[in-house]
Ligand binder design. Structure first.
Ligand code: PEP
Length: 249
């Protein structure tokens, strides 16, 4: 069965309840005919209001992280139960900004990912190399470790969405070329096949992320192994709908 494209926005630390509601109201009619899965991963404090705003539409609301513990002394963190209470379907895990600025490790990514799956939340696990790592020819080695350690112990890998986000392309306006993105994502799929099994690897949704926008999304998503995108900047305006509708326009 063909993989169903999945376009997810990452609002990062942007938007307010007011501007978020306004944007979702504008997006709803624009994406109503999409055949793809669509989500917006919003700041935690906006989740209740955005779930309400997106009700009855194709847009599902996701979180930008989730903690592995059921509850307890983890100041600043959010549990699966707290997300589920609002019907949150997705959680980004291991975004490079979390790794870079907040010290998140592959081991933590793994615990968060396992907890999300156990709670019926689809984890969007981010992997990707820095510019230095790419220039030093270490891309595959970096991805191997992120995938092996981050996805350790998962029983059904098809429950995970992977976002390949080269760190040098995030928020920089420098997109990976479609060929670069395809080549690396094909590598990721092959590696998942080795870590799990080939059949499952062929079913895993793998997004590209890094300065994807309405102009470049077609060429990226046309690649055989790219199943959608994780969109930062372009998810903050109605440009997001253009990305969602890329094949239908
Ligand atoms: C991201 O935040 O995951 C991302 C890809 O950001 P941008 O699209 O702005 O590069």
């Amino acid at each position: 069965m063909a993989r169903k494209p999945f376009i997810a926005g990452n609002w990062k630390m942007n938007m307010t309840a007011e501007s978020g509601k306004e944007l979702i109201a504008q997006l709803k009619p624009l994406v109503k005919d999409t055949r793809y899965n669509v989500a917006l991963c919003v700041p935690a404090i906006l989740i209740p209001a955005m779930v309400k705003a997106a009700k009855g539409s194709k847009i599902k609301i996701g979180a930008q992280n989730v903690h592995w513990a059921e509850k307890g002394a983890y100041t600043g963190e959010i549990s699966c139960e707290q997300l589920k209470e609002y019907g949150v379907k997705y959680a980004i895990i291991g975004h490079s900004e979390r790794r870079q600025y907040f010290g998140e490790t592959d081991e933590g990514v793994n615990k968060r990912t396992l907890a999300a799956i156990a709670n019926g939340i689809t984890p969007i696990v981010c992997v990707g190399e820095t510019l230095e790592e790419r220039e030093n020819g270490q891309t595959e080695k970096v991805l191997d470790k992120q995938l092996k350690d981050g996805l350790n112990g998962i029983e059904d890998i098809t429950k995970v969405v992977i976002a390949y986000e080269p760190v040098w392309a995030i928020g920089t306006g420098k997109t990976a070329t479609p060929e670069q993105a395809q080549e690396t994502i094909a590598y990721i799929r092959k590696k998942i096949g080795k870590l799990f099994d080939k059949r499952s690897a062929n079913k895993v949704i793998i997004q590209y992320g890094g300065s994807m926008n309405a102009k470049n999304c077609f060429d990226l998503m046309e690649q055989p192994d790219i199943d959608g995108g994780l969109i930062g900047g372009a998810s903050l305006t109605t440009e997001f709908a253009k990305v969602v509708n890329y094949l239908q326009d």
